[in-house]
Design a protein around this ligand. Structure first.
Ligand SMILES: NC(=O)c1ccc[n+]([C@@H]2O[C@H](COP(=O)([O-])OP(=O)(O)OC[C@H]3O[C@@H](n4cnc5c(N)ncnc54)[C@H](OP(=O)(O)O)[C@@H]3O)[C@@H](O)[C@H]2O)c1
Length: 257
C-alpha cells in the first residue's frame, strides 16, 4: 500500500487553517462528479480511493490531494492520523463506497441464493468500513467548524419501505449502515456537536454499480452522476441543522427508516 502523503497547496503552510472537503471512495462515478463540481467551484479536496488518481483529475492545480487506501483499519487510521496532524479543517465529508455485484456476487432473488461469505463481504464494505472511517474521523473533525458527513445509503436499506424482499446482502448492509451511522450521530452529538450526518439515496444513477440493472428503469428515472451530485451538493448547502442525522433522497425527501 502506498503511504499517504499530505501536501499543502503553494502558499499554504501547516499552521494556516485550510477548509477542505474529504471524499472517501473517490473512484465512485458519483464521487467523481462531486469532486468535479467542487473543483469547478474553486474548492479543495482530499480524495481517498483504492485506485490511483485518474488522469482526468490532473487539472486540479494542487487543490486535489489523492490518497490511496486498501481500507484496512490500519490504513484508515494512518490516513486519519495524518489528516489530524495537518491543519486541514473539513466542512464536508462523503463516504461513497458501496458494492452490489461483481463477478461472483449477484443480488439474491431467493433465500436459496444467500451465502454467508457474500453477506459478510457486502456487509463489510457497505456498512463496517464506513463505520471504521467514522470512528477514526472523530479526532479529525474536532474543530468548531460545522461539518456535514454524508454516507451513501440507498432507499433499499429502509426496513419500512421493503415491500419486495430479495437483494438480501445489499438491503441488509444499507440497513446496517443506517443503524451504525445513527448510533455514531448520537455519539458525535455528545462529543462533536459540529458534525451532522446525512444518509443519502441518490436514486438509480448510471454508474458501474447499477449497470446490470438498468434495463427495467425508464430513461427519465435513470440519473447521470452529474445530476445526482448537483442535487446532493444543493441539499447539503440547505440542510436543516436538526436533527443530527437525516435519511434523504435526491429530491430532498425524507425516507422512512
Ligand atoms: N448507482 C446507483 O444507482 C445507486 C443507487 C443507490 C445507492 N447507491 C450508492 O451510491 C454509492 C456510490 O456508488 P456508485 O453508483 O457511484 O458506484 P460505483 O461507481 O460503482 O462506485 C463504487 C464505490 O464503491 C467502492 N468500492 C467498490 N469495491 C470496493 C471494495 N471491494 N472495497 C471497498 N470499496 C469498494 C469504490 O471505492 P474506490 O474509490 O476505492 O474504488 C467506490 O467508492 C454506493 O454506496 C452505492 O451503494 C448507488
Amino acid at each position: 500500500m502506498k503511504m499517504p502523503v499530505i501536501r499543502f497547496p503553494p502558499g499554504q503552510n501547516a499552521v494556516e487553517k485550510l477548509m477542505q472537503h474529504l471524499v472517501i471512495g473517490a473512484g465512485s462515478a458519483i464521487a467523481a462528479a462531486i469532486i468535479d463540481q467542487y473543483l469547478s467551484a474553486g474548492d479543495s479536496i482530499v480524495a481517498v480511493s483504492r485506485s490511483v488518481q485518474p488522469d482526468a483529475m490532473a487539472r486540479a492545480d494542487g487543490r486535489l490531494e489523492w490518497l490511496q487506501s486498501d481500507y484496512s483499519e490500519e490504513s484508515i487510521q494512518g490516513i486519519c492520523n495524518r489528516l489530524r496532524e495537518s491543519a486541514m479543517v473539513f466542512d464536508r465529508v462523503f463516504i461513497c463506497n458501496g458494492i452490489l455485484h461483481h463477478a461472483h456476487l449477484v443480488p439474491e432473488k431467493r433465500l436459496e441464493e444467500v451465502a454467508a461469505e457474500l453477506l459478510t463481504e457486502v456487509m463489510h464494505i457497505n456498512a463496517f468500513q464506513p463505520t471504521i472511517w467514522v470512528k477514526h474521523l472523530k479526532p479529525v473533525l474536532r474543530s468548531q467548524q460545522h461539518c456535514i458527513l454524508t454516507a451513501f445509503s440507498a432507499r433499499i436499506g429502509s426496513i419500512g419501505d421493503n415491500g419486495r424482499g430479495g437483494w438480501y446482502a445489499y438491503r441488509a448492509s444499507k440497513a446496517a449502515l443506517n443503524m451504525l451511522m445513527k448510533s455514531a450521530a448520537i455519539e458525535y452529538q455528545r462529543e462533536r456537536r459540529n458534525v451532522q450526518f446525512l444518509l443519502f439515496h441518490p436514486g438509480t444513477t448510471d454508474t458501474p454499480l447499477s449497470k446490470p440493472f438498468q434495463r427495467s428503469v425508464s430513461p427519465d428515472k435513470l440519473f447521470t452522476a452529474a445530476y445526482v451530485a448537483s442535487q446532493l451538493l444543493s441539499i447539503i448547502d440547505g440542510l436543516d441543522p436538526e436533527p443530527s442525522i437525516q435519511y434523504l433522497d435526491w429530491k430532498n425527501t425524507a425516507i422512512e427508516w
